[in-house]
Design a protein around this ligand. Structure first.
Ligand code: LLP
Length: 450
């Protein structure tokens, strides 16, 4: 299912009449002649974000959703974030600048990211960044030194909340490139390393008071264990590791006020449920696991209160917010049959426009969504196993392998689904191809064309 997208049966997909996105008929989009093009329902984005807010608010009165803009940083999406009053998770100074330019308040930005440059975190801190997540102990020392010395950063509007990004050293089921919380992962800081660092740091200060002043901005813990997670059974272990770390901090007079459980909820090939059931399930599972486990840490609960009124809890979803909001439309150029098994459908979109199939072997559901009735024969509804390929000079340039589609003809339109996350944002200009266009729709209107 895909909220705000409707697709008629194959026989009815004639002359742009078979598909509607956010009440805009495909014919209206095709009239713009923009293929290859991404088309996004902004209502779908708003709806998914609000499901997260609703679910998290059931558990914690202080909560925040930081949309991970790496999934899709298109300006109309960021403007939707501003309008709906959500936060943003960023990972580079480029994302910072774009978020600010789109009207996001700096206090509502969380800057994570492995290997940040000093110039990057300094620019964001001086610009009033709200949350900074630290991924290396050298980075943590440098940031705390800077904040300690930088007097004008002590003013209320500049005050930043620093979080330790914990690597919980857990294994999850996903593509190896999408794991971020395992021992062999470059992300985050191991608990044992943090313990050793903290003990050593304390000794460098002449008094405990001075040490506590220096460490004062560190008030949060952040974990993000991976992306495209299709099951959540690891979370009870993850929350235990977060609580162990928070407890160790408590014993050292560092009081955790902020916990960020990252993003990661996966989206299957059939899209997402209309009612956000997947989001509710995920958020409730993680929050319940956390609340259940935290009962074993009475000292932490005495700080947070039984109703967690002294704790703010955040999540940073990317894919699950935007993936199913968007379709990628490509136009058929021609077909070729090298043998019965090797049949190719050439389209005007390529790996540089839509990179997930060639990068991760990702399967995005494909449908023939438009054809010209005049060309159609009855036998055209027989289905074949197509390799849908693009014009880039590489054999790795494919959008789908063995996609089951009917006979195709020049000028037909093929749509790829779940195209809103990590597709246009990872597009490149390889072969000096132009970047694909983007069209945004809401309530039956085309709102933006990029
Ligand atoms: N927070 C942090 C710190 C992250 O690194 C990520 C994603 C997210 C949040 C959002 O995760 P999501 O909810 O989207 O799973 N290019 C890959 C995905 C890379 C994800 C990177 N980090 C893909 O196309 O599958």
């Amino acid at each position: 299912m895909r909220p705000f997208i409707s697709l008629k049966s194959i026989e009815e997909r004639i002359n742009g009449e078979g598909l509607e996105i956010d009440a805009v008929p495909l014919a209206q989009i095709l009239a713009l002649d923009k293929t290859p093009v991404y088309v996004t329902s902004l209502n779908a984005v708003s709806q998914r974000l609000n499901k997260y807010k609703e679910a998290l608010s059931c558990h914690f009165m202080h909560n925040e959703i930081f949309y991970a803009m790496k999934a899709n940083f298109a300006t109309p999406i960021l403007k939707t974030i501003v309008k709906e009053d959500f936060g943003i998770d960023i990972v580079s100074i480029g994302e910072w600048r774009k978020a600010i330019a789109s009207g996001i308040h700096p206090k509502k930005i969380c800057f994570a990211g492995v290997g940040k440059k000093e110039t990057e975190w300094k620019e964001a801190l001086l610009g009033g960044l709200g949350n900074l997540s630290v991924e290396h102990l050298t980075e943590l020392s440098d940031i705390l030194d800077f904040l300690y010395k930088e007097k004008n950063l002590n003013s209320f509007e500049k005050k930043v909340l620093v979080s330790l990004r914990l690597n919980p050293a857990v294994e999850v089921e996903t593509h190896p490139h999408l794991k971020t919380g395992a021992l062999n992962s470059k992300f985050g800081i191991l608990y044992e390393h943090f313990q050793t660092w903290l003990k050593a740091k304390k000794l460098q200060f002449t008094s405990e008071d001075l040490f506590l002043k220096w460490i004062n901005p560190l008030k949060g813990i952040h974990v993000h264990i991976g992306s495209q997670l299709t099951e959540n059974s690891i979370f009870p272990l993850v929350v235990k590791k977060v609580l162990d770390c928070a407890h160790f901090m408590y014993e050292n007079k560092i009081f955790v006020q902020h916990i960020d459980f990252g993003g990661g909820l996966g989206v299957g090939q059939n899209g997402v449920p209309e009612n956000g059931e997947d989001i509710f399930k995920h958020v409730h599972f993680v929050c319940n696991a956390f609340k259940e486990e935290s009962k074993k840490y009475p000292k932490l609960l005495s700080v947070w209160n039984e109703d967690y009124s002294n704790l703010s809890v955040c999540m940073e979803p990317g894919r699950s917010v935007v993936a199913s909001s968007t379709i990628f439309l490509t136009k058929v150029l021609y077909e070729k049959r090298n043998s019965v098994e090797n049949i190719f459908c050439y389209v005007d979109g390529a790996m540089n426009d839509f990179p997930r199939p060639s990068l991760y072997g990702a399967i995005h559901h494909a449908e023939l969504v438009n054809y010209n009735i005049k060309k159609l024969q009855q036998e055209d509804f027989n289905h074949f196993s197509w390799n849908v390929v693009g014009p880039v000079c590489e054999s790795g340039d494919f959008l789908a392998k063995n996609a089951i589609l009917p006979q195709i003809h020049k000028g037909d339109i093929i749509a790829f689904f779940e195209a809103g996350a990590y597709c246009r944002s990872m597009a490149s200009q390889y072969n000096l191809r132009e970047l694909p266009s983007e069209i945004f729709v809401r309530d039956g209107l085309i709102t933006d064309i990029i």
